[in-house]
Design a protein around this ligand. Structure first.
Ligand code: PEP
Ligand code: MG
Length: 603
């Protein structure tokens, strides 16, 4: 959290007044630094200054991206003619011509060289310049060509991040500012370890913020038109405790916040959270805690809290890290590393939970409603090649290791059967080639209302279920979990949500199989007593939340939690439920909560 000038001498800038903006805190902590603004929707652009000695390697990176884009276009024009109409082929021919336009390409190269900037930013600058010229043309046909140009530039930018890991060189005080932050961008930026995040949109359960909490990056959201209010290089403070952003902070404010950051930085681990003993409520009901972890290093941090393995590994983390589907070898190695770290407690690997929109070359086929579209298990079954690769990697990694498979977004028993058939087929193939396999258990995510209603049937076909409340709330209440403007409708304690969880827990008890609640709800001390009272026995959560939740569970009685649930189950409105939960916490369990928690928070 250094605070160097990053080439922007305050002496050269007219001093601007300090501005405090109210925001929604989505990852705790304080960051003091300089803004790095991201632009673009599909792939996000950012400007970073590069030193002169790095120009050559940046040019090489750009040329490689142009070559990769060229190969993609050739493939689209050639091999698959039957799939695209003649017009489709014509469009890709046009794109290829643009890509081969030496004036366009050298202009980007010159921009990298002269402005000492990264390739992504140079592509954006030059494209913007061309687009504004196109838009001024009288001829309608030519005027509309800017769409093709933007498409090509998007492809190059995709290629700049595709196929291999990109090391983004961020200053260590970089605070990323974006309209919305895609998880793939954050994974990429994470390599450069940003100090903080500010966005316009995104909810508490947005994947980028889940990841931010996992790796301890302070973040706030809900700031309308924030990109118009600051520029890359501006001094800014993110307060992920109070939910505040301070633009152009005075020296005095910076000093105050530095002090505050020092005071709050280390995660306090209460001694009673360090236990490796089984975790029990005051009246002896055992609750298992697992970690939602994407990295072995993150999981290692949690072992001191008596955590029982990884309850959710979101394998799309690898997709984001490798800029596309990782190979069988890459996956096998990643799974094996995780399995080695977790040992007998095991890791539950969720198959890729991505949407069609995240696949390169499907950009032309945009879905109107991606959350209801071809994603997760649907995408895997529609294009099973990648699922086969993933299953082979998991089956091999499971040899002599405790590894399970979780299928995302299941809405029918038929999907489970189809997935099982593919899994068995891959096992046969591996075994016939003499490759040793393990015997992973199979679980389903329960995150679609239909899956709740047939939870008993799903449990009959699986070894366990995982309650994905992030999506379950989204689909039950028809509220986009990533859309800040409808955040007030995303109500975790809605009576329908409580009923749905109750149905699944009961079905799991009857089937005598585990139901692991792995949505963000599990990580919030506000909801934990409710979950315990609903009968949930296994929670899987962000590693940083574990000490607090452990301490809380050890300090409450199961019977008291059941009493709370009995009361709130009779209520008809979410507000009544929320108020009663809050009141009970204050009256009965205040000593188990950090003081800042009791000032009327939702989560
Ligand atoms: C969920 O939906 O609750 C879940 C755990 O999965 P994700 O957040 O990755 O959608
Ligand atoms: Mg989900």
């Amino acid at each position: 959290m250094t605070d160097h000038s990053n080439g922007h001498s305050p002496l050269l800038q007219p001093s601007r007044p300090e501005v405090r903006l109210k925001a929604k805190a989505v990852s705790r902590g304080i960051a003091i630094g300089r803004a790095v603004c991201l632009f673009g929707n599909d792939r996000q652009y950012y400007r970073i200054d590069i030193p002169e000695k790095k120009v050559e390697s940046e040019l090489r990176r750009f040329r490689a991206a142009v070559r990769l884009s060229g190969r993609q276009l050739k493939k689209l024009i050639g091999a698959d003619n039957h799939k695209h109409s003649a017009t489709g082929v014509e469009i890709f021919e046009t794109h290829k011509m643009i890509l081969e336009d030496s004036a366009f390409i050298s202009k980007i190269e010159n921009t990298i060289q002269e402005r000492l900037t990264n390739a992504e930013w140079a592509v954006k600058l030059v494209t913007d310049e061309y687009v504004s010229r196109f838009k001024e043309l009288d001829d309608e046909h030519f005027r509309d060509r800017f769409v093709d140009l933007e498409d090509v530039s998007q492809r190059i930018t995709n290629a700049l991040g595709g196929g291999h890991r990109v090391k983004v060189r961020l200053d260590d005080d970089a605070i990323i500012v974006a309209k919305e932050l895609r998880p793939s961008t954050l994974v990429e930026l994470y390599e450069g370890a940003p100090a903080g995040l500010i966005t316009e949109h995104g909810g508490w359960t947005s994947h980028s913020f889940i990841l931010a909490r996992e790796v301890n990056i302070p973040a706030v959201t809900g700031l309308k038109k924030i990109l118009r209010r600051l520029d890359t290089g501006d001094r800014v403070i993110v307060d992920g405790f109070a939910g505040q952003v301070i633009l152009n902070p005075s020296d005095e404010t910076v000093r105050e916040y530095r002090h505050e950051a020092k005071r709050t930085r280390p995660i306090e681990i209460p001694t009673d959270a360090r236990s490796s003993q089984p975790l029990k409520t005051l009246d002896g009901r055992e609750i298992t805690i697992r970690a939602n972890a994407d990295l072995p290093t993150v999981y290692r941090r949690s072992t001191q809290f008596g955590v029982k393995g990884i309850g959710l590994f979101r394998s799309e983390f690898l997709f984001n890290r490798f800029g596309g589907f990782p190979t069988e070898k890459q996956q096998y190695e990643a799974y094996r590393r995780l399995a080695a770290v977790v040992g007998d407690d095991g890791v539950k690997i969720r198959t890729f939970d991505i949407g069609a929109g995240q696949l390169v070359d499907r950009n032309d086929d945009r879905e109107r409603n991606p959350a209801l579209g071809l994603r997760a298990v649907r995408l895997s079954l529609a294009y099973p090649k990648q699922l086969r690769v993933q299953f082979r990697a998991i089956l091999r990694a499971a040899h002599n290791c405790s590894v399970d498979i979780v299928i995302p977004m299941v809405s029918s028993v038929a999907e489970i059967r189809d997935v099982k058939a593919i899994l068995e087929h891959e096992r046969d193939r591996l075994e016939r080639s003499g490759i040793e396999c393990g015997d992973p258990g199979l679980g389903a995510m329960i995150e679609v209302p239909a899956a709740v209603l047939i939870a008993d049937n799903i449990l009959a076909e699986t070894d366990f279920v995982c309650l994905g409340t992030n999506d379950l709330i989204q689909y039950l209440l028809a509220v986009d979990r990533d859309n800040e403007t409808v955040a007030n409708w995303y109500r975790t304690l809605h009576p329908a949500v409580l009923k749905a969880i109750g149905i699944v827990v009961e079905a799991a008890e009857s089937a005598n199989k585990p139901a692991i609640l792995c949505g963000e709800m599990a990580a919030s001390p506000f909801y934990v007593p409710v979950l315990v009272g609903l009968g949930v026995r296994e929670l899987s959560m962000n590693v940083n939340a574990i000490p607090g939740v452990r301490r809380l569970i050890a300090g409450i009685a199961y019977e008291e939690a059941v009493g709370l649930v009995e009361t709130i189950s009779t209520f008809r409105t979410t507000l009544d439920v929320e108020n009663t939960v809050r009141k009970t916490i204050v009256e009965k369990w205040a000593h188990l909560y950090p003081p800042e928690f009791l000032d009327i928070r939702r989560h």
